[in-house]
Design a protein around this ligand. Structure first.
Ligand code: FES
Length: 173
């Protein structure tokens, strides 16, 4: 396909890229925009390592052609924090020590952000279902599920759920 200008909005910034519209969004994010939060895992839409938000919904950037997100709002891991204040989901994953190798974490975090937008207080079963297609080979699933619940508490500003660096609501995407 002949390269053509494609306009999209990434982490609140308008971007105009002259590329083949069939190129995966993940390739453009990592190679053209230097956003390495989304990871390349399987490249087949199976593992979730590349997850981003498109108009607030979790999507697999490796399986999305750039032309498919023209004019839409894309949020990557880099777009979650508000200045020095990490997003409540990021804080929760850190506090629950939910990372081992960390390769899956982008997808786990972004999927959790999308889940909490739809379901602010998910049950454990709902969290398991939402994350069931995000693969983690280290086996930190219990810590990840605990992080989802803590993230929900932080986002809701529940007593005892202290958000570092800002108010809970201030850092929602
Ligand atoms: Fe996109 Fe695995 S790299 S789902």
């Amino acid at each position: 396909m002949v390269p053509q200008p494609v306009t999209l909005h990434v982490n609140g910034r308008r971007q105009v890229l002259v590329v083949d519209g069939a190129v995966p969004l993940l390739t453009v994010l990592r190679n053209d925009l230097g956003l390495n939060g989304p990871k390349y895992g399987c490249g087949l839409g199976e593992c979730g390592a590349c997850t981003v938000l498109v108009d607030g919904v979790a999507a697999r950037a490796c399986a999305l052609p750039l032309a498919g997100v023209a004019g839409r709002q894309v949020t990557t891991l880099e777009g979650l924090a508000q200045g020095a204040a990490l997003h409540p989901v990021q804080q929760a994953f850190i506090r629950c020590q939910a990372a081992q190798c960390g390769y899956c974490l982008n997808g786990m975090v972004m999927t959790t952000v999308a889940l909490l937008r739809q379901q602010p207080r998910p049950s454990d079963a709902q969290a398991r279902t939402a994350l069931s297609h995000n693969l983690c080979r280290c086996g930190t699933h219990l810590e990840i599920l605990a992080a989802v619940q803590l993230a929900a508490e932080l986002s809701a500003g529940l007593p005892g759920a202290v958000v570092e660096g800002g108010s809970p609501g201030a850092s929602s995407p």
